[in-house]
Design a protein around this ligand. Structure first.
Ligand code: FAD
Length: 366
């Protein structure tokens, strides 16, 4: 693609921000449009585990993006920290899965994929994680799993983009529809007027399906509500991530501990509920009994961009010249972001893609 192109990106979550970051070096102008403030939706609300929760249960398409991203995260964080002073805090703690029903499949998957996942004796887990509850009998452990402090990641990305002279961010700028000239998508309509571009990228998270329906296309991306709670403990209180029965604890470097999460189909409603608070507190205490005496210092909900099998849509929309998708990352948008946005930039710029793009192509899936 010629360098003198103007790319308009719709949505300023981690996917839109990192797409802008990756394109900025190679296109003349990048314009990012965000309805609210950038990085305030799912990308802020998520837990930031740099792995799918049960990676062996996913399609290879998700695994391929996850592995590329996991290797890349430390250098991305270092680069962002160096250029903005905001540290996304990639915290490699390792992750224990407790009392898994498909442990054998997990271990088999790890062997095939060459991932360092191993069964460990529960007494060794108790030694490594003294605050762990007593009700568990089996564990598997992967040492190299990290979590990223996602609110800082998006803050850092925003700061990096603000320092790039060819990137413009418009916040409080809602995209209402597309500017269509025959088969060509020539820009978007916003509450503030028309904004034209040579290429338009839809990365509007859970809202992507709604927006694409303006063109008569049915994109199966739906909001899936997730609630989390937060505790503040001493920095050395919990040294690694633990997960049982779909609920997990994530320690941040400063002692904050996130407990997540619910999976709810409530449309676009993101009101935190008492039922979820009670249920998350019960899970927290089951995992780590000492949390019964700790105060919950935060409780929120976010909307994941749910998609079939959690396989994102990355690539060109056929029949609409100039229209691209990078959305539908469901439960894994934070871990998948680096690979998805690199692959996306490769496709838009006509470079050799980092991984085979076929499973993510919108064609045949919408
Ligand atoms: C509770 C919870 C826990 C999670 N935990 C993890 C985890 O541990 N690891 C992991 O990898 N992932 C996790 N996720 C998933 C992850 O957060 C998402 O997959 C990811 O943030 C999606 O990023 P996004 O940029 O596509 O969407 P978003 O961050 O939602 O961004 C989309 C943006 O588009 C904007 N927008 C929408 N419509 C318009 C419009 N018309 N005009 C302009 N702008 C618009 C929105 O305002 C929003 O800012 C979790 C999610 C939740 C809710």
């Amino acid at each position: 693609m010629a360098r003198q192109q103007r790319v308009v990106i719709v949505g300023g979550g981690v996917i839109g921000l990192l797409t802008a970051f990756n394109l900025a070096a190679d296109v003349e102008q990048v314009v990012l449009l965000e309805r609210g403030g950038v990085g305030q939706e799912s990308s802020w609300a998520g837990g930031g585990i740099v792995s799918p929760l049960y990676p062996w249960r996913y399609n290879r398409a998700v695994t391929a993006l996850a592995h590329w991203s996991q290797d890349f995260y430390p250098q991305l964080a270092e680069r962002l920290f160096a250029c903005t002073g905001v540290d996304p805090q990639v915290h490699t703690t390792g992750l224990y899965w407790l009392d898994l029903e498909d442990e054998a499949q997990a271990l088999e998957w790890a062997k095939c994929e060459g991932r360092p996942l191993a069964a460990v004796d529960i007494s060794a887990v108790d030694d490594a994680v003294p605050v762990l509850g007593g009700g568990f009998s089996r564990a598997i452990y992967m040492a190299d799993v990290a979590n990223v402090r996602n609110p800082r990641l998006v803050k850092s990305l925003k700061a990096a983009l603000k320092a790039m002279p060819n990137v413009t961010i418009h916040e409080q700028c809602e995209v209402l529809g597309f500017v269509r000239e025959g088969d060509k998508i020539a820009g978007v309509n916003t509450a503030q007027g028309e904004i034209r571009g040579d290429e338009v990228v839809l990365s509007a998270g859970a809202w992507s399906g709604e927006l694409l329906s303006k063109l008569g296309l049915e994109l199966p991306v739906e909001p899936v509500k997730g609630q989390m709670i937060l505790y503040k403990c001493a920095p050395d209180f919990l040294s690694c991530m633990v997960l049982a029965k779909g609920r997990y604890a994530i320690p941040r470097r400063d002692g904050h501990i996130l407990i997540g999460s619910t999976l709810e189909h409530e449309g676009f409603d993101k009101t935190p509920t008492q039922t979820a608070l009670d249920s998350l507190k019960a899970s927290a205490v089951e995992l780590i009994p000492a949390l019964a005496d700790a105060e919950v210092v935060g409780h929120w909900a976010g909307l994941r961009p749910g998609s079939p099998e959690g396989i994102p849509y990355i690539g060109r929309v056929s029949g609409f010249d100039g229209l691209w998708l990078n959305c539908g990352h469901y439960r894994n948008g934070l871990v998948l972001a680096p690979a998805s946005c690199q692959l996306f930039a490769d496709l838009l710029l006509g470079r050799e893609p980092i991984i085979g793009p076929a499973p993510y192509a919108p064609e045949g899936r919408i």
